[in-house]
Design a protein. Structure first.
Length: 357
């Protein structure tokens, strides 16, 4: 069986790492990188650190308007799929590369498997929400990380091909936790003490492209006492420059380039709290037992909020400051995200292979 994995952005790489290792035990894999993320810090570094095999194709799509980006992906991926004739296309998460890949495959009648299926924020203004919904409805095999994801799909009438396998990001974290502790020297490099700093990331369109929201977030960060390691996504830097916010940063904020996976893992694990609008980081914070303050009005990872380890503050300045100072989780962590998701995915693909091809 030949599987074409289509990836393109940072969160896709983190998920692919463990799944690719598993499926190559039994199947042939062709790796197609759309080129959505192209900076070394956003792409190459992850391939090196997580030992992801060299892509067979890099489509070099790059940045652009949503329609332009997805349209180019569709055209380029289609021609690779026509040439390679895979038996299954594997896509991950909710990025434009996920939708571009799923659409190209389903139109060629190639069965699609979606890793991290069923997640919903119920916020249609997020590009990622549209990508999730459309990818799920185009998929034949839907690998869900949580029971909530399975329930979301059932409400949309999707029951066939749905498998609750757990979260592949939990596998990646488990695999790399000790490695990060040993190899990463980021705390020494930045002169940080355990639990005496905050980590922040901002990249959602609703927070970066909206001047008022970004100003609120940055001015809240400036009010805080603890050092903030601000691991800035290129999109955030672009808009901070545009809005003149780089000049206004107070001394407690340390703007750093997006770190690799191992440095980020170590930074998060030793931080006192995390402020983020990322989806993946919310659950990594939960798994690392670090309180998370989410700079969004909603979340796909409802369990982390329900268990008291994550609080949604949006871009409200006063609320960000208050929670960054006072938020203290009370509840216990549960095993929400499961274990060995990548192995389960390999087994499922094997089981349904006869029916799919
Ligand atoms: C994408 C995903 C998002 C994911 C995020 C993680 C979509 C719709 N969004 O958002 O789900 O959480 O990646 O990183 O797919 N840029 C660079 N260098 C790069 C990549 C991007 O400078 O290597 C800049 C460009 O200015 C670009 C902007 O970032 O215009 C946005 O990039 P894009 O790929 O459109 O989406 P992300 O915001 O990265």
């Amino acid at each position: 069986m030949k599987i074409a994995s289509i990836i393109g952005a940072r969160p896709n790489f983190i998920k692919t790492a463990v799944v690719s290792r598993e499926i190559r035990k039994e199947f042939e894999e062709i790796l197609i990188h759309t080129g959505q993320h192209y900076d070394y810090e956003m792409s190459g570094l992850f391939f090196e650190e997580l030992e992801i095999p060299e892509p067979d194709y890099n489509l070099g799509i790059g940045s652009g308007m949503q329609g332009e980006q997805i349209g180019k992906m569709l055209i380029a991926t289609e021609s690779v799929l026509l040439k390679e004739k895979p038996d299954l296309a594997l896509v991950y998460g909710d990025t434009n590369s996920t939708l571009g890949g799923a659409l190209a495959a389903v139109k060629l009648h190639i069965p699609v498997a979606h890793v991290e299926a069923g997640l919903r924020s119920f916020d249609r203004s997020m590009p990622e929400e549209i990508n999730r919904v459309l990818t799920d409805h185009a998929s034949d095999l839907l690998f869900c990380p949580t029971q909530a994801a399975v329930d979301n799909l059932a409400k949309e009438g999707i029951t066939g091909g749905v498998r609750l396998v757990g979260d592949v990001m939990a596998d990646t974290l488990e695999y790399n936790r000790e490695i990060a502790e040993k190899r990463s020297g980021i705390l020494e490099e930045l002169d940080l003490l355990d639990k005496e700093y905050l980590v922040a990331t901002v990249h959602r369109q609703s927070n970066t492209d909206n001047r008022e929201n970004l100003e609120n977030i940055i001015s809240a960060f400036c009010e805080l006492e603890l050092p903030i390691i601000f691991a800035a996504h290129p999109r955030a830097v672009k808009y901070m420059k545009q809005y003149g916010l780089c000049r206004k940063l107070s001394n407690n904020i340390r703007l750093i380039k997006p770190p690799g996976y191992l440095d980020m893992l170590k930074l998060m694990a030793h931080s006192s709290k995390i402020l983020t609008d990322s989806g993946g980081i919310q659950k990594e914070a939960y798994m690392l037992k670090v309180p998370c303050i989410t700079l969004r009005e909603n979340t796909e990872w409802v369990e982390t909020v329900r268990d008291g380890w994550n609080v949604l503050v949006g871009s409200a300045r006063a609320e960000i400051i208050k929670m960054a100072r006072e938020f203290k989780p009370v509840g216990e962590q549960r095993d929400i995200f499961g274990r060995n998701a990548a192995e389960r995915i390999r087994r499922c693909i094997k089981e349904v292979n006869a029916g799919l091809v």
